[in-house]
Design a protein. Structure first.
Length: 257
C-alpha cells in the first residue's frame, strides 16, 4: 500500500552538502512532476528538490481531481508540513505558481520564517485580471487546439484520443482553478518574491506579472528570460541560474535582487 507521502511527493534530487535547503516545486496545469527531475541536477549541491504529484496524471491518473481551492490546499498543506518546518523555498509555474503562493501563505502562518524565497514564473499576479473568454469553458476540440498552440503538451500526446480522455479532466480542472483564482487573502507574504516571465509569452507577460511587487513584504524582483509561456521546458538555463543565485551556496538567499 502506497503511503500518502509517496502518492503526493516525488523527490527529484537529494542535497549532497550541508547546510541544505528544500526547493518545493509545483508544475503547470496537467504537467508531469518529472519535468523537475530533468533539470534538478543543474541546481546547487545544497539544494534538495521535491515536487508534488497531483491527481489525474501518472500513477494517480484514476483519482478524482480537485474542483475547488479549499480542499486542494488543505491536503497540500498537510502532506508538505514536514518540509515546511525546515528551511525551504517554493517554486511554481503558471497554475503551479498559484499553488506555491497559496502554500507560502500557509507556511507563513504555521511555520513563520522558514520560507526563504518564493519563485513564481509564467503567472499573473493575484490582482491582475484573467484573460477572457475562459479557456476552461471551451469544448474539447477547441480546448485541445489551444493546448497545442500554447506548446506545453507534446502534439503526439494531444493526438492520442484514448490518452487525452484520461488526461483532459485534470488539465481542464486545474486550468479552471487557475483562471478563477485571485487575491484570496487581502495581504501578501513575508517572503522575498522572484517573478520570472518569458520574453515572448502571450499569456503571462511583464505587465501581468509586475503586480507581484505588491504581494511581498520582504522585497521583489521581476526577471525576463528567453522563450514563451513554457520557457522552463525550452529555455531553462537562465531560470536555473536565477534559482542557484537566490538560494545561495549555504542554503540561504545569497542575493536579494
Amino acid at each position: 500500500m502506497q503511503s500518502d507521502h509517496d502518492r503526493w511527493i516525488l523527490t527529484c534530487k537529494q542535497a549532497s552538502r550541508s547546510p541544505s535547503i528544500t526547493l518545493i516545486c509545483f508544475p503547470y496545469a496537467g504537467g508531469s512532476p518529472e519535468v523537475f527531475r530533468s533539470w534538478a541536477e543543474g541546481l546547487r549541491d545544497s539544494v534538495e528538490v521535491i515536487t508534488v504529484r497531483l491527481p489525474g496524471r501518472g500513477p494517480r491518473i484514476k483519482e478524482a481531481v480537485y474542483e475547488s481551492w479549499g480542499p486542494l490546499l488543505t491536503d497540500l498543506s498537510a502532506v508538505f508540513s514536514p518540509y515546511l518546518e525546515r528551511p525551504h523555498a517554493l517554486y511554481g509555474h503558471s497554475f503551479g505558481a498559484r499553488l506555491a503562493y497559496e502554500v507560502a501563505h500557509h507556511a507563513g502562518a504555521e511555520h513563520p520564517g522558514r520560507t526563504r524565497r518564493l519563485f513564481v514564473s509564467g503567472c499573473r499576479s493575484p490582482d491582475a485580471p484573467q484573460a477572457r473568454p475562459y479557456m476552461h469553458d471551451l469544448p474539447d476540440d477547441a480546448f485541445r487546439d489551444v493546448l497545442l498552440h500554447m506548446g506545453g503538451t507534446p502534439p503526439e500526446l494531444l493526438g492520442d484520443d484514448r490518452l487525452m480522455r484520461l488526461l483532459l479532466p485534470a488539465i481542464r480542472s486545474e486550468i479552471r482553478l487557475a483562471e478563477l483564482w485571485g487575491d484570496r487573502h487581502g495581504t501578501g507574504v513575508d517572503v522575498p518574491i522572484t517573478a520570472v516571465y518569458g520574453r515572448t509569452d502571450p499569456i503571462d507577460n511583464e505587465p501581468s506579472m509586475a503586480g507581484w511587487r505588491g504581494f511581498s513584504r520582504r522585497g521583489f524582483e521581476l526577471i525576463e528570460v528567453a522563450g514563451g509561456h513554457f520557457f522552463p521546458l525550452t529555455h531553462h538555463p537562465q531560470l536555473l541560474d536565477t534559482l542557484n543565485s537566490r538560494l545561495g551556496a549555504s542554503g540561504g538567499p545569497a542575493e536579494l535582487w
